[in-house]
Design a protein around this ligand. Structure first.
Ligand SMILES: NC(=O)c1ccc[n+]([C@@H]2O[C@H](COP(=O)([O-])OP(=O)(O)OC[C@H]3O[C@@H](n4cnc5c(N)ncnc54)[C@H](OP(=O)(O)O)[C@@H]3O)[C@@H](O)[C@H]2O)c1
Length: 327
């Protein structure tokens, strides 16, 4: 038997309960991993509340690192004993051991520790596909300004550093002056406290009235309209999360009126649909972590049993950088 955090009904953090589970053997194309650590992501909150629906009972979580214990038929890129890390589309990482599709599991370079591996896969691969593959029609060049909301969060601090490495001028928003200072320390060229300042006016001021080429918006409901107002003509609005709630539907004519804007609602797992693509994206992430361009900052660590507290802190906007559960 092995321990896991399970929910049997959607609700608040109190529905996250520690249970014993029988993990079983991997089937074709699967592996069993013994976790050393599991990453915590805002998506786990959507799984717990039911905003993202899954069959119940459910073990939440989509990110982890550990050691391969068993390999199912047909898996060629992994062996028993391999150190691995993953971002997986099917929930199930808040546990000591799990069986999952090998497609999403990558060997972890020896010089990256398990906690870092667990914290960085889902968030780092998201930063990768956003900054490298979610681009305006004429691309992004060094010196271009982009707006990135929640810049001191898990995805945010990785994006600040990666954007700087690409030569981009990242304008980061965050919910306190301390968070703004952290985003700046990690590479944001400009920071805006969007709880005390008008971020649209500040973006216009910073860009000399032109606006930015892309807004990467994971806050959703509270920032959506303002984000559209920060774009220059032909700009790209990439809404990739709902931390404040889902944005209201938008009429296509709104995009016309604001200058032939583009709108996309991307998700990491469309990008991770093949083993080759997953590995190529992971290799790029491993590269920037190993060469020091991107540091994975873990500010919150919790025992597995304290998952509910981890969710309270994340939803309460009390976290910075990444959070992990220790399995
Ligand atoms: N589509 C995808 O492929 C994909 C993949 C990964 C993550 N995501 C999304 O990316 C976002 C960031 O994920 P993360 O795990 O790194 O979380 P995070 O950014 O560390 O935490 C969420 C942050 O959102 C900000 N926020 C603004 N309004 C909020 C509100 N009303 N309630 C709670 N938080 C609020 C807070 O920062 P401030 O206090 O600074 O405002 C908070 O710290 C999430 O929306 C997540 O769903 C999307």
């Amino acid at each position: 038997m092995s321990q896991a955090i399970q929910i049997s009904e959607y609700g608040g953090p109190e529905v996250l309960r520690l249970v014993d589970i029988d993990v079983g053997e991997p089937g074709p194309g699967q592996v069993r991993v013994r976790h050393q650590a599991c990453g915590i992501n805002f998506i786990d909150v959507y799984q717990r509340t039911g905003l993202y629906q899954n069959p119940l009972p459910l073990i939440p979580g989509g990110e982890g690192a550990g050691v391969v214990e068993a390999v199912g038929p047909g898996v060629e890129h992994l062996a028993v004993g391999d150190r691995v890390a993953y971002a997986a589309p099917r929930p199930g990482s808040y546990c000591q051991q799990r069986v999952l599709d090998a497609l999403h599991v990558c060997r972890l370079p020896d010089d990256i520790d398990f906690e870092t591996g667990a914290a960085m896969m889902l968030k780092g691969l998201t930063a990768q596909y956003l900054l490298r593959r979610t681009l305006p029609v004429d691309g992004l060049a060094p010196g271009d300004a982009i707006l990135f909301h929640a810049a001191a969060g898990g995805v945010g601090l990785i994006a600040c550093q990666w954007a700087k490495a690409l030569g981009l001028e990242l304008i980061g928003t965050a919910g306190s002056d301390e968070k703004c200072a952290l985003a700046r320390e990690y590479g944001a060229a400009h920071v805006i406290n969007y709880r005390s300042e008008d971020f649209v006016a500040r973006v216009r001021e910073i860009t000399g009235g032109k606006g930015v080429k892309v807004v990467y918006d994971s806050v959703g409901k509270d920032t959506f309209d303002g984000s559209l107002a920060c774009l220059r003509p032909f700009g790209l609005m990439a809404v990739f999360g709902n931390s404040s709630g889902a944005p209201a539907p938008v009429a296509p004519a709104t995009l016309a009126a604001k200058g032939s804007l583009y709108l996309t609602r991307p998700t990491l797992f469309t990008h991770l649909s093949t083993r080759e693509r997953t590995q190529a994206m992971a290799d790029e992430l491993f590269q920037v972590v190993r060469d020091g361009s991107v540091r994975i900052r873990i500010d919150q660590r919790y025992p597995l049993a304290d998952a509910a507290q981890a969710h309270r802190d994340l939803e309460g906007r009390r976290t910075t950088g990444c959070s992990v559960l220790l399995a």
